[in-house]
Design a protein around this ligand. Structure first.
Ligand code: SAM
Length: 312
């Protein structure tokens, strides 16, 4: 590790989160020692620590995390600026810190192991806490609000799109019929309420239902699209963007964005073509996935896909 005069790097807390595709992501950023980098998803600070190790005293790291818990993992290092906000405010927050251009952007999407492991956050089917699921507890609707207020059609769509739940229509109908009996909105209560319609392996089914609710509660697709669309304006020519996704819909958005400069899918009609914006040189033609050793060590890496592009 390169020591710099102003760095007092601490080992990130592996109990909080173990970073996935660590070496591949850092290599993908092609870090310039005096560059300015953005980690959109600081979490346990694993990837951030790797970036700081490659920066010299002039380098800077801007780390976003909308979860107040992540701030506990901040190293005592005056090269890092912590932004306790949603990364969808990327450009505005950089401007606020008088940074108009950066050399690289990283996002490691989704939730951290810490968020899953804290029963009172409501993310995991293993505990019985409140059915919350907000990464940012300062605002927004909880999973309980979604369950209590969404129409049958909205619930159907989100379970189908974000969870690929096999009987999403039946599940949505069942929730709308039964939700008036949902007294305390705990994970236990919710699981009991939907138990008559659970199909196949209950753990797998519930994990899909919970994933769908989490993506909706945190507007994860909206935040990703908002952030991606701002990156070309803040990234220097030759700067790199590295994105790690854990869901096929997210990966598709990133792939489309790198290939055609737009977060929307290509038109279904082959005779109608959107003018292609030449913004990116795609570094990863296929997404990078975890190798055997990482898969054995960290089960979370199973669905991780890393895509890298360079601004031209
Ligand atoms: C998978 S973890 C990142 C782990 C991190 N790379 C590490 O090495 O420890 C994702 C983190 O990003 C945060 N996060 C997710 N979406 C966000 C968003 N839209 N804005 C800000 N933070 C977000 C979560 O709160 C969580 O702490």
């Amino acid at each position: 590790m390169k020591e710099t005069p102003n760095s007092k790097l601490q080992t990130p807390n592996p109990d909080y989160h173990v970073p996935v595709l660590y070496h591949e992501t850092l290599a993908g950023l092609a870090i310039k020692p005096d560059g300015v980098y953005v980690d959109c998803t600081f979490g346990g600070g694993g990837h951030s620590k790797g970036i700081l190790e490659q920066l010299n005293a002039k380098g800077k790291l801007v780390a976003f995390d909308q979860d107040a818990d992540a701030q506990k993992n901040m190293p005592a290092d005056d090269r890092i600026i912590f932004v306790p906000q949603n990364f969808r405010h990327l450009q505005r927050m950089l401007r606020l810190h008088k940074l108009s251009e950066v050399d690289g952007v990283l996002a490691d999407l989704g939730v951290s192991s810490h968020q899953f492991d804290e029963g009172d956050r409501g993310f995991s089917i293993r505990f019985s806490g409140p059915l919350d699921m907000r990464m940012d507890r300062r605002q927004g609707s909880t999973a309980t609000d979604v369950i209590r207020t969404y129409s049958e059609q909205q619930l159907h769509k989100l379970f189908e799109q974000y969870g690929e739940v096999t009987n999403s229509k039946t599940l949505a109908k069942h929730i709308v019929q039964e939700r008036k009996h949902l007294q305390s909105a705990t994970i236990e209560q919710f699981k009991a309420m939907i138990s008559p319609v659970v199909k196949g392996n209950p753990n797998k089914y519930l994990a899909q239902v919970f994933q769908a609710l989490r993506i909706e509660v945190n507007d994860e697709m909206g935040a990703l699209k908002d952030m991606l669309q701002q990156v070309p304006a803040v990234l220097k020519k030759g700067g790199r963007i590295t994105i790690i996704t854990f869901h096929s819909i997210e990966d598709r958005v990133v792939k489309n964005f790198f290939r055609q400069g737009s977060v929307d899918p290509p038109p279904g009609n082959p005779f109608m073509s959107i003018p292609k914006k030449e913004i990116w040189k795609v570094i990863t033609k296929k997404p990078v996935t975890a190798g055997e050793e990482e898969l054995k060590r960290n089960s979370r890496s199973r669905s991780a896909k890393l895509r890298i592009a360079e601004k031209i």
